[in-house]
Ligand binder design. Structure first.
Ligand SMILES: Cc1cc2nc3c(=O)[nH]c(=O)nc-3n(C[C@H](O)[C@H](O)[C@H](O)COP(=O)(O)OP(=O)(O)OC[C@H]3O[C@@H](n4cnc5c(N)ncnc54)[C@H](O)[C@@H]3O)c2cc1C
Length: 270
C-alpha cells in the first residue's frame, strides 16, 4: 500500500516517557464515526514502514502490500470529533508499535472507520460511584470518559487509580491533578512501584493497586466503603492486576458485567 493511500495524518506526538507516546491522528477528508468514550479503534501501517531505531530487529517476512493493524483505546473526547488521540507503549519486539514510534508529525497512518467495545459508562446507573483502575496506558479509555463529560452525568463520585513503574510513566497526571483540584466529585490516586528511582523523591503511594484496595484506599478517599450497591469498578491494563482485582472484588460480592449478566465490574482485556 502506498503511503498516500493511508487515510489519516499524525498531527501531534507527545513523548510521555522513553517507552510511551501520546499520538493524535486526524482523518484526511472523511468524517470520524460517532463513538462512546471507552471504545477502541484500529491503527495500521504498511509492513514496509520503517521501525524506530531502538526497536528489536524483525525476523518476520511480510507479503507485499501487507498492512499491520492493532486495536487501541481512544483517549480523546467523543464530543470533539476533530482527531483521535492514543496513548501507546512501545513493544520493542512488536510488529506495529516500533513502526508507530518512528512516525513524525505529518506522516500518514491508517485509522479504522469502525469503533467497538462495551467498556463504557453506559451500564452504570445514575447515583452510583465509579472507580476507574488502570496500569500504564490502560488509563487511555478513562481519559476519554472524563473528557467526554463523565463528571457531568449523574455520577456521585469518580476516582482514577493509576499505577505505573515511575512517576514519569503516569501519562495524563497533570490533567487528572488539575481536574481533581477543580471538582469535589473527582479523586486522582497515582501509585508508583519504583520510588527508589525517582530523582526528586516521591511522596505519593508506592503500593500495588490490589494492596491499596485491600487496605481501604477508597474508604480513606471517599469516607465510604465501595459495595455492589453503590459503586461500579472498571479495570484496564496489566492482566495480573485485572485478574487479582477481579478476585478481590468477587469476594466482596461484585460481579463481572457481560452481555448476558449485568454486574458492577467492567474489564477491558488487551
Ligand atoms: C481492545 C484493545 C485496546 C488496546 N488499547 C491499547 C492502548 O490504548 N495502548 C497500547 O499501548 N496498547 C493497546 N492495546 C494493545 C495493542 O493492540 C497491541 O497489542 C500492542 O500495541 C502491541 O502491538 P505490536 O504489534 O507492537 O506487538 P505484537 O507484535 O502484536 O506483540 C508482540 C508481543 O508483545 C506482547 N505485548 C503486547 N502488548 C504489550 C505490552 N504493552 N507490553 C509488553 N508486551 C506486550 C504481545 O502479547 C506479543 O506477545 C490494546 C489492545 C486491545 C485488544
Amino acid at each position: 500500500m502506498a503511503d498516500r493511500e493511508l487515510n489519516s495524518v499524525v498531527t501531534q506526538i507527545m513523548q510521555v516517557s522513553p517507552t510511551m507516546k501520546i499520538i493524535r491522528v486526524k482523518p484526511d477528508s472523511w468524517e470520524l464515526p460517532d463513538f462512546t468514550a471507552g471504545q477502541f479503534i484500529s491503527l495500521g501501517l504498511p509492513a514496509t514502514a520503517q521501525r524506530c531505531p531502538d526497536s528489536e530487529p524483525e525476523e518476520k517476512e511480510y507479503k507485499p502490500g501487507k498492512v499491520i493493524r492493532r486495536l487501541y483505546s481512544i483517549a480523546s473526547s467523543s464530543v470533539l470529533k476533530e482527531y483521535i488521540e492514543f496513548y501507546i507503549t512501545i513493544v520493542r519486539s512488536g510488529a506495529l508499535t516500533p513502526r508507530i514510534f518512528n512516525l513524525q508529525i505529518g506522516d500518514r497512518i491508517e485509522l479504522g472507520k469502525r469503533t467497538s467495545g462495551m467498556f463504557t459508562l453506559k451500564e452504570v446507573p445514575e447515583g452510583f460511584n465509579i472507580v476507574l483502575i488502570a496500569t500504564g496506558t490502560g488509563v487511555a479509555p478513562y481519559i476519554s470518559m472524563i473528557r467526554s463529560n463523565a463528571l457531568q452525568k449523574g455520577i456521585e463520585k469518580l476516582a482514577v487509580i493509576h499505577g505505573a513503574a515511575n512517576s514519569w510513566d503516569l501519562g495524563y497526571s497533570s490533567e487528572l491533578t488539575l481536574i481533581e483540584s477543580m471538582s469535589d466529585k473527582f479523586s486522582y490516586i497515582p501509585t508508583i512501584l519504583k520510588p527508589e528511582k525517582e530523582p526528586a523523591g516521591w511522596h505519593g503511594d508506592t503500593r500495588f493497586i490490589q494492596d491499596m484496595w485491600k487496605e481501604g484506599i477508597m474508604e480513606k478517599t471517599w469516607g465510604l466503603k465501595p459495595s455492589p450497591d453503590n459503586t461500579h469498578i472498571f479495570l484496564c491494563g496489566n492482566p495480573d492486576m485485572t485478574s487479582t482485582m477481579k478476585e478481590i472484588l468477587n469476594e466482596a460480592g461484585f460481579v463481572e458485567h457481560s452481555r448476558k449478566t449485568s454486574g458492577q465490574i467492567h474489564i477491558e482485556s488487551w
